[in-house]
Ligand binder design. Structure first.
Ligand code: DBV
Length: 248
């Protein structure tokens, strides 16, 4: 059992129990990919698996799970709502490298400057954020240009002990996901045209940013090569542009 396997299993079980999940297609060659990291005796096989679902209000729920021994474990889970809901994105980036653990969990707002939006989707989760931040302190600097995509409830932390990941980070991950599904259950379809077009722009901006700046690009390229990695990023991890292009 690797570090983030229980996170993935719990997320899928929770989503399955609360939403009407359907499979989301995973392009050929991305379900499971094996590579090798390191040299000589330190060589380690690294397996990346992909998981995809959708529901009536969620366009894509997808996870990439990288398993490469005790000093390389990653679970990246992102939920992209359908384009006729004003729901935030759910994002979790759980990363273990030789240097330690790096944890990002958030509900990323479509309209971070909008007060009514904040009252609807951010204020309700602030008590949860403050509770977890006591044990999971701010992890220090991160890319400036990413800031516009984060919420004030962004949990960003670098725990030095694995036990903290297994306990407090696991609890926070479950609570954030539960709170997110509460929002999903309550969400009603948007019909207003100007609002729909603003939602589409926000999705494009977010997906393009995440695809351009994907911090996993270096690691994935070293493991699996640049052609596979670019197809994986644009064709599965952040596939909005390609999906829209295919639909038009
Ligand atoms: N990050 C992804 C995807 C990954 C992934 C799809 C498939 O968006 C992994 C895997 N993140 C990943 C890896 C690293 C990070 C780091 C492997 C380490 C990179 C390295 O050091 O070599 C949050 N993740 C990071 C960093 C940030 C985030 C700020 C630090 C790296 C940097 O400074 O650029 N990822 C970022 C973010 C969300 C997210 C804001 C939203 C919750 O998922």
């Amino acid at each position: 059992m690797t570090l983030y396997q229980p996170f993935l299993e719990r997320a899928i079980a929770t989503l399955q129990s609360r939403l009407d999940l359907q499979p989301y297609p995973i392009p050929d060659g991305f379900e499971r990919k094996e590579g090798v990291m390191g040299k000589g005796k330190k060589q380690e096989s690294v397996i990346t698996t992909s998981h995809g679902f959708k529901s009536d209000k969620l366009r894509q729920i997808r996870a990439a799970h990288v398993q490469g021994g005790s000093s390389l474990q990653v679970l990246n889970l992102v939920i992209f709502p359908k384009l006729n809901y004003d729901l935030p994105f759910f994002g979790a980036d759980l990363v273990t490298l030789p240097g330690g653990h790096l944890i990002a969990i958030d509900m990323q707002p479509l309209f971070s400057q909008d007060e009514a939006y904040q009252a609807k989707y951010i204020e309700p989760i602030m008590p949860m954020f403050h509770k977890y931040q006591q044990d999971l302190p701010w992890g220090g600097d991160f890319p400036q240009e990413a800031q516009q995509y984060f919420s004030p409830a962004f949990l960003w932390t670098r725990p030095s002990q694995t036990e903290v990941v297994e306990s407090q980070v696991f609890a926070a991950f479950c609570d954030y996901l539960d709170a997110y599904i509460n929002f999903v259950e309550q969400a009603e379809a948007v019909k207003d045209r100007p609002q729909l077009s603003a939602i589409l722009q926000a999705h494009k901006s977010y997906a393009n940013y995440r695809a351009e700046k994907d911090p996993a690009r270096g690691m994935l390229t070293r493991l699996y090569g640049s052609e596979w990695t670019e197809k994986y990023i644009h064709g599965f991890l952040f596939d909005l542009d390609q999906t829209l292009a295919l639909a038009s």
